[in-house]
Design a binder for this molecule. Sequence first.
Ligand SMILES: Nc1ncnc2c1ncn2[C@@H]1O[C@H](COP(=O)(O)OP(=O)(O)O)[C@@H](O)[C@H]1O
Ligand SMILES: [Mg+2]
Length: 263
Amino acid sequence: MSAALQAFDVSISFGGVQALDRASVEVTPGRVVGLIGRNGSGKSTLFNCVTGFLKPATGRVLIDGRDVAGEAPHRIVRAGVARTFQTPRVDLKTTVRQAVLCGLFPTVKRSLMSALFGLAGARAEERELQRRAEAVMRELDMMPLADIEIGKLSMGRVRMVEVARAIAANATYLLLDEPAAGLSRAEQEVLAREIRKLAGRGIGVLLVEHNFSLIRLLCDRVTVLDAGRVLFEGTPAEVECDAQVLQVYLGAAAETSAIGGEA
Ligand SMILES: Nc1ncnc2c1ncn2[C@@H]1O[C@H](COP(=O)(O)OP(=O)(O)O)[C@@H](O)[C@H]1O
Ligand SMILES: [Mg+2]
């Protein structure tokens, strides 16, 4: 059995749009893999297929060798895959602390659940969850925001809350969908540092990102999607040398100032 999160030959279409056409991507523990391609190339759809939000028409999704294609999202979280969404899915009325605590739930065992609902040992268990939530917030420099309502934060910070919530799930694989969009340079640096730390701890990170400087800085390998197909797979340096990728990707660069952009 290989320790990896793998999607093989995943296809799905929406009406007449073939969003994914036998797309494959793989990340192993401790590695950071970039998933790039212009808008509409299928990156978020591939995340949705891997995390159970969409059921692929064909293909396999393996978590450490076990096929989970089509399983419900909560089962995939429990199997060790956490994610963020391109458009954050957070309740604007909750505080940052509450959102991160929610992220911890996949890690809570049944006994701990009972504890949370007022049975024996409740206070000690709750303190432990609070401690773990604070540890995640501290790593992301978010403690000053802990008790602020998410609705009062900038979009960049809301994205960071999503990242914090996903990290709290203590997953083996973390899928981040454009986490750096709208972040200030300082916030991007915190995010980049955190992604490196996560990889150092053995977490496999799949990163959708338009800023190629960040991809170059963080990724061991990159998969390039174009119109739902894998156009290229290689190291960031190889991606930059491939004429076809450059041609496709420079199109994206015009849209999003991708390649050569500042981290
Ligand atoms: N739920 C959906 N219903 C219909 N079309 C969709 C849906 N999700 C994605 N698509 C289409 O699938 C293609 C890939 O979209 P997406 O995965 O969001 O691209 P990316 O994340 O690379 O920008 C696009 O043509 C998009 O319009
Ligand atoms: Mg997307």
